[in-house]
Write a protein that binds this ligand. Structure first.
Ligand SMILES: *Cc1c(COP(=O)(O)O)cnc(C)c1O
Length: 378
C-alpha cells in the first residue's frame, strides 16, 4: 500500500514547538498568560480596526456571537444552508429557529436574492429575523456587496462564519471582518490550527470585551468569585495559544501554498472533460483552504462516489462537500428559501487532498487516479 495522502494535514514548520516548550516551563500551564495575549494581538495587524478574542472552538465563537446579538428563545436566525452543521447548531442552543437559505453558483455561498426573499417572507409571516449567518465556504468569500446592503436595508446584524476563510479577501477587505461579528476556527484541519480552537472578531471593542467576560464565566473584576450573570467556559488555553502563535506567523506562507496547490490542480486537470474547479470572481481572493472539484457524470462517465472509492483504494483521502443543512435529518421541517443550487453543487462535488505541504508528486498521484477512471470508461 502506498503512503497515505490526507485531505488537509497541519503544517507545523515554524516556532510552534519552541513556544510550546516555553509554556510547559511556566508555572501556570493552562491559565491565561502571555501566549494567549500574544496570539490575540498577533491578529491585530491583519484584522485592523477589528480585534480578536481567542476561544476554545469556532462553534463557541458562533454561540457567543449570537449571545452578544441578544438572540433569545423563539427568535429566527437566517443561515446559509450549504455549510457544516456548526454554523447553525448554536442557533438551536439558544432556543432560536434556523431559517435556511440557498447558495448561488459563483461563490457557492448565500444567494443575495434568496436572502431577501426569506427576509420579506418572514416579516410577512410576523417575525423579523434577528441575525444572518453567512459562510465563506472552502475559503471563497460570499457576495458581500449584495448581502451587506440587504442586511442594512432591513437592519439585521450579520455574522460572518469565516471558519474556513482566514487569509481570504473580498475587494481587499479580509474575511472575518465583513460582518458585524466574525468567527474563525482553528480546528485540526483548518488553514491554521491550535489543535482545536476558535476566535471571535469584532470592530466594536466594548462588545468584544463583553464577549471576553462572558467567555470566562462572567467573573466580575474583584479578587473573589463574584458573578452578576451566568457565563461560559469558552476561553482558549495557553497551550493551544502557543501553537496558534507559531501557526499564525506563517499564515501568509500557508495561503500561498494552498493557492499553489489549487493552481497545480487547475493545470493538471485542464485536459479532463466533465471536471471543473471554482474560479475566483473579480475582486474575490480565496485562501483555497480545500480544492474542490465538480464532476459532471454525463460528461466524465463517473461520479463523485466512483472517484472517492478509487481514491480510497489508493490510500488517498477525499471527502464530499458539506451536505446542505436543509437536507439533514437534524434540521428537518425548518423553513428553507431558494432552489436546488446548493444541492446540485453538493451532489457533484468532491474535496481533493489540499494540505499546504502537498508535493507535486502527491498531486500527480491524485490526478493519476482521476485519469485511470477515464481510461476505464466507468
Ligand atoms: C470548522 C467549521 C466550524 C466549526 O469550528 P470548530 O472549531 O470545529 O468548532 C464552523 N463553521 C464552518 C463553516 C466550519 O468549517
Amino acid at each position: 500500500m502506498q503512503k497515505s495522502i490526507l485531505l488537509s494535514a497541519p503544517l507545523l514548520s515554524g516556532n510552534e514547538k519552541k513556544y510550546l516548550d516555553d509554556v510547559l516551563q511556566s508555572p501556570y500551564i493552562a491559565a491565561g498568560g502571555s501566549y494567549l495575549e500574544r496570539f490575540e494581538n498577533g491578529f491585530s495587524p491583519l484584522l485592523s480596526p477589528c480585534k480578536l478574542i481567542a476561544l476554545n472552538s469556532g462553534t463557541s465563537a458562533i454561540h457567543l456571537a449570537l449571545i452578544l446579538l441578544g438572540i433569545k428563545p423563539g427568535d429566527e436566525v437566517i443561515c446559509q444552508s450549504f455549510t457544516f452543521c456548526a454554523s447553525a447548531n448554536p442557533i438551536v442552543y439558544l432556543g432560536a429557529k434556523p431559517i435556511f437559505v440557498d447558495s448561488e453558483e459563483q461563490t457557492w455561498n448565500m444567494c443575495p436574492s434568496a436572502l431577501e426573499e426569506a427576509i420579506k417572507e418572514r416579516i410577512r409571516l410576523g417575525t423579523k429575523p434577528k441575525a444572518i449567518i453567512v459562510i465563506d465556504l472552502f475559503g471563497m468569500p460570499a457576495k458581500y456587496d449584495g448581502i451587506c446592503s440587504i442586511a442594512q436595508t432591513y437592519g439585521i446584524p450579520l455574522v460572518e462564519d469565516a471558519a474556513e476563510s482566514l487569509g481570504s479577501k473580498y475587494k481587499g477587505q479580509v474575511c472575518g471582518t465583513l460582518g458585524d461579528l466574525g468567527i474563525f476556527s482553528f480546528n485540526g484541519n483548518k488553514i491554521i490550527t491550535t489543535g482545536g480552537g476558535g476566535g471571535l472578531v469584532c470592530k466594536d471593542l466594548a462588545l468584544l470585551e463583553k464577549g471576553r467576560y462572558l467567555a470566562a464565566q462572567a467573573r466580575e473584576k474583584v479578587h473573589y468569585f463574584e458573578h452578576h450573570t451566568y457565563g461560559y467556559n469558552y476561553r482558549m488555553g495557553t497551550i493551544p495559544a502557543a501553537i496558534g502563535l507559531g501557526q499564525l506567523e506563517s499564515l501568509e506562507d500557508k495561503v500561498m501554498r494552498k493557492r499553489a496547490v489549487f493552481g497545480n490542480y487547475r493545470r493538471l486537470l485542464e485536459r479532463f472533460h466533465g471536471i471543473s474547479l471554482l474560479d475566483e470572481p473579480e475582486g474575490f481572493y480565496s485562501n483555497r483552504w480545500l480544492t474542490t472539484v465538480q464532476i459532471d457524470p454525463q460528461v466524465a462517465g463517473f461520479d463523485r462516489e466512483d472517484l472517492r472509492l478509487a481514491f480510497e483504494k489508493e490510500n488517498i483521502e477525499s471527502r464530499y462537500l458539506w451536505k446542505p443543512l436543509h437536507l439533514q435529518v437534524a434540521f428537518r421541517g425548518l423553513p428553507y428559501y431558494g432552489g436546488n443550487v446548493a444541492e446540485g453543487i453538493y451532489e457533484k462535488g468532491l474535496c481533493l487532498p489540499s494540505s499546504a505541504h502537498l508535493t507535486i508528486r502527491e498531486q500527480n498521484r491524485v490526478v493519476d487516479v482521476i485519469a485511470s477512471l477515464y481510461q476505464k470508461g466507468i
